[in-house]
Design a protein around this ligand. Sequence first.
Ligand SMILES: NC(=O)c1ccc[n+]([C@@H]2O[C@H](COP(=O)([O-])OP(=O)(O)OC[C@H]3O[C@@H](n4cnc5c(N)ncnc54)[C@H](O)[C@@H]3O)[C@@H](O)[C@H]2O)c1
Length: 425
Amino acid sequence: MTLAFNQVAVIGAGAMGRGIAQIAAQAGSQVWLYDTQSEAIQKAKDAVFQVWDTLASKGRLDAETVNSYKSRLHSANTINDLKSCELVVEAIVERLDIKKSLFADLENLLPEAAVLVTNTSSLSVTAIAAALKRPANFAGYHFFSPVPLMKVVEVIAGLKTDATVCERLTTFAKQMGHTPVQANDTPGFIVNHAGRGYGTEALRIVSEGVADFATIDRILKDQVGFKLGPFELFDLTALDVSHPVMESIYNQYYQEPRYRPSFITAQRLAGGVVGKKAGEGFYTYVEGKPVVAAEPPVPDVKEFPPVWVSPRASRRLELLQLLKDLGATIESGASPSPQASPSWRHWALTSPQWRWSSDWILRAPLASTCCLRMPPPNDAFWPPTPLPAATCAMQRMPCLPKMAKPSVWSATVVVSSHSAWLPTL
Ligand SMILES: NC(=O)c1ccc[n+]([C@@H]2O[C@H](COP(=O)([O-])OP(=O)(O)OC[C@H]3O[C@@H](n4cnc5c(N)ncnc54)[C@H](O)[C@@H]3O)[C@@H](O)[C@H]2O)c1
């Protein structure tokens, strides 16, 4: 097999960089890992070596393969050590100014034909490339955490990216065992755009006092089939990454209310309670494992409260119909009675029909954010069809195919505009 890139540099040896270095070395490339914190390089190498050793101890890799992988993963002491690389993958801090300055230095150091890519989650590829002399050789290469397990990678062309660069990156992604999808340079690309509602909606539910972090995580895993709840995901990604990403995408869409970040993550970030890597996030971690309080017993609710829907709620009729289908008792007065559920969302979260109601909460933002604004559905239409790349990316996210219940999906798409999934109460 002819590798698309033989000499690869990975800059930033954090959570993402080490995973990218691992799969590139596994593919057969010589990989040079560089970080401004030299101890981060050694830590990353130790972690990757540990992964390979563990796989060998389980009989999934033989000793010879492990040795060849290890021999291909090198430390770069200075950025000058990267000067003969054909591909540089940047996975450093998510700051436009710092990324731009790094790429300007790299352009002066590397051969003209070198391909430079960014693993940015939320910044514009075109904006990072704007000051470069050779923007045609620059692209986005967006992996997901943990890189070796999350098999999708978005290949993103900026305005001036040469198509052959994307083709080469696509080939290399396959050689690394990943599934490349072509994405446009739009805020959040495909996956981070499609999944935007997952975290922000969960934060909104918490801020309304409807349920706590662990309860929401539990429901979404047990009832909806997600591998990780939104708060576990925040802890894994870490708020120093995900909160700025939420702010960035919100602002790039000109304060679209659906993507509004929350004071909860802003405050926790300011307090350093950023997630698993800090030992404390939405959960506290002891020896790398979250401490989760025992699930409270199921309350003995004899009768579910009625639901009142404001006459000002947009698409009220559809909302009422959906509530009716879910089995809610609907109030018809001009204002809510003292018994009425404080919000439809509360009703949804306390409904005995969890599966339906929590699907509804989640799918509405998903449906409306993934460029999937389609007319109300016919019958089965999962996976969604309009954008092959979007479809492919979503199928590769382990949680999403499990949500495939066309009937439920259909119900949710009906209410998928912002104003409908956040009715004015
Ligand atoms: N964490 C995720 O889930 C995730 C997913 C997809 C993309 N990303 C993106 O990947 C990038 C890295 O994220 P991460 O989670 O690995 O971060 P991280 O904090 O774990 O690691 C970043 C590393 O970059 C190093 N660094 C910072 N500035 C540097 C510079 N100028 N030169 C060299 N090294 C530098 C830091 O010392 C650190 O070791 C970000 O752009 C992020 O948005 C993150």
